[in-house]
Structures are given as structure tokens and as C-alpha cells.
Design a protein around this ligand. Sequence first.
Ligand SMILES: [Ca+2]
Ligand SMILES: [Ca+2]
Ligand SMILES: [Ca+2]
Length: 207
Amino acid sequence: MKGWISFMADLGNAGDLLERKIDVCFGHVDADGDGFFEEADVMAMAARIIAFQKIPFDSPAAMGLFASYQEFMQNILEYLDVDDDGKISPDEWRKGIISTFGEKPEKFDTLFRPLAESIWRVCDRDGDGTVDAQEFLCFQKAVGSSEKNRRLAFEKLDVNGDGSLSVDEILSAYREYYTSRDPAARGNWLYGDVWETQAPGVMKAGL
Ligand SMILES: [Ca+2]
Ligand SMILES: [Ca+2]
Ligand SMILES: [Ca+2]
């Protein structure tokens, strides 16, 4: 009986997992911390990834990343910006991600694949066709992951354990992170331990 009760308790936690992940992510995407997600935030994120990777801002990979983030933003505004003010509030973000992409993996992939490809291209700094843990650091530093979370994330995302990430591994990590309620999904670890990472609301309460 005790086992059943703790099983139900686990299910209760799992029910909050997706909302938790989406809230934690709002803290990354709202790069300037003004409480809204808008184009300036994604361009800042792209610039941070490129700067951490130490590649020229006018290199093809860097320009490709800016273009992908800009296009991504235009598309996601269409889905999520319900009040049409040109920016996404935390509430629009949470409700919109779940209602737009929940249980619709094809729709998710259409929007996120070009972004995953551009991020992957910037990450593969030495151009050998693989992204190792060292190369993936530029993305992890840009979203502000702790050193422990960076290590955890790479281990979980490298599904076939070959020490490098493919575009598909990055895309499936994104997809599971933003759409899956399965506590065992590897993509839950995209940004490390989501229960350890502070969500924006928690940070504000602590100030
Ligand atoms: Ca912002
Ligand atoms: Ca809005
Ligand atoms: Ca490489």
C-alpha cells in the first residue's frame, strides 16, 4: 500500500513536470529579464552562443544562427502572442507551448528543426561533423547552465553514447523538453536538473 501511495505521489510530481520545464525555460529565453520574451531576447541569445564559441559574428554559421532565431521568433509569435502586443508573457508562453505543441511532434519539429540545425552548425566549431561536450558548452553557457548541469545534460542528451551530439539528438532533446510529461524522457535534461534550476517566479520571490 505504501508503494502505491508513493507511486501516486510520483505521478503528482510528474503532472507538474512539463509546466516546471516550461517555466524554467522562460528564464533563459527572457534574456534581459524584463518579464517578456521578444525578438531582442532571441537575438541576444544567438549573440551569446556565438560569442562563447569565439567565432566571427559575420561567419556563415553565425549569420545562419541569427537568421534562424529571427525566423523562429516570427513563427512563435504567430502561435503564442495571443494579445498581439509583439511579445510573449510568461502566461502566453506556458499555455501556448502546451496547447500548440502538446502531442503534435510534427508541428514542433517543423518549427524547431531549422533552429536545432543552426545551433548544431555553430557548435561544431572544428567542422568535423560532430559536436562534442566541449563544443556544446557555448550553448550551455549562453543559457546559463551550472557546470554540474552542463555535465549532466550532455550525458543524458548523448543518447547513443558516442561522445557527440547529432542534430537529431538536439532536436529530440528540445522536443521532449517542451512537450513530454514522461519523467524518464532524456530531453528533460536539456538544461540540467530542472528541479534544481530556479524558475523565474521563484527568483523574484527571493528578492
Ligand atoms: Ca525580455
Ligand atoms: Ca503577448
Ligand atoms: Ca566537432
